[in-house]
Design a binder for this molecule. Structure first.
Ligand code: HEC
Length: 144
């Protein structure tokens, strides 16, 4: 009997562990992204990823910063490493280049609501423009 309980308890504990692993990833409160080292972008909104346009070290740094920015702010809906589990679109299939950039920046700034409820929260005022393009840099370099 003892053993049975122990087994059940263990099973329950590991189930909780799995649930925590699945849903616990990425904090629900938006996480600030440290963009030290990236060129400042000023107030005007860009339509095309400025770090991809710069290339070189700026782009590499943007991808690196975007990797953690994504994990902390987007992965809980769009999936770990940008592989969607189905809750939200798989961002690896966004268009590349300026068309994808425009779509991306519009969605991340304003979010998306349906019937008065946010399906995706707006990130304008939460993340800097630098952080947004860093996340775009990471997302666009993830292979399909
Ligand atoms: C609470 C869940 C949630 C979070 C967090 C979230 N999103 Fe979304 N996102 C969604 C949903 C749901 C949609 C689908 C809305 C629609 O139909 O366009 C979406 C759509 C998008 C789209 C448009 C995709 C397409 O194929 O049209 C982009 C780009 C996007 N999200 C980027 C991001 C980024 C970048 C982050 C992190 C900074 C983020 N999202 C955080 C839920 C989320």
């Amino acid at each position: 009997m003892r053993l049975r309980y122990a087994t059940v308890t263990l099973a329950l504990l590991s189930a909780v562990g799995v649930i925590t692993a699945v849903y616990g990833h990425g904090d629900v409160a938006p996480q600030p992204v440290d963009t030290t080292g990236l060129d400042k972008l000023g107030d005007g909104w860009r339509e095309e990823n400025p770090y991809r346009l710069s290339g070189g070290d700026q782009y590499q740094l943007a991808i690196k910063i975007g990797t953690s920015g994504y994990s902390q702010n987007c992965a809980r809906c769009h999936g770990l490493e940008v592989i969607s589990g189905g809750i939200a679109p798989d961002l690896r299939y966004l268009e590349t280049g300026i068309d994808g950039d425009k779509w991306f920046i519009n969605r991340i700034r304003h979010g998306y609501s349906q019937d008065g409820a946010y399906k995706m929260p707006p990130f304008e005022g939460v993340l800097s423009q630098e952080a947004m393009w860093a996340i775009r840099s990471y997302v666009e370099t993830r292979p399909e």
